[in-house]
Design a protein around this ligand. Structure first.
Ligand code: SF4
Length: 92
């Protein structure tokens, strides 16, 4: 039993959370920045990849990854909130 646990322990040590994923990439064009997560699917709008119209998930990645800045995330979220507020005002 302890042998099995130690084998599992060795495997777990080699598992790393993949941090440089599409969700954290500036080229991940999510349509829902308020709720985007690893399972979100969005178009990749990298200038070199856009032509392929790639639909990627937040968990995907590639070597063209470029980290999105917190300020950019906040801007996207603010824009979506404004759009949602405008849509609600129209319904009133
Ligand atoms: S496929 Fe590459 S460039 Fe496109 S969003 Fe994912 S990491 Fe970024």
């Amino acid at each position: 039993m302890s042998h099995v646990e130690s084998e599992l322990g060795k495997k777990m040590k080699s598992v790393q959370w993949q941090g440089q994923n599409c969700l954290s990439c500036v080229w991940f064009h999510t349509l829902d920045p308020l709720n985007a997560d690893l399972f979100d699917r969005a178009m990749c709008i990298h200038p070199k990849l856009k032509v392929f119209q790639l639909l990627v998930t937040g968990r995907d990645w590639c070597n063209l990854w470029e980290e999105i800045k917190q300020k950019q995330i906040e801007h996207k979220q603010e824009m979506q909130m404004k759009a949602e507020e405008a849509a609600q005002d129209k319904q009133k």
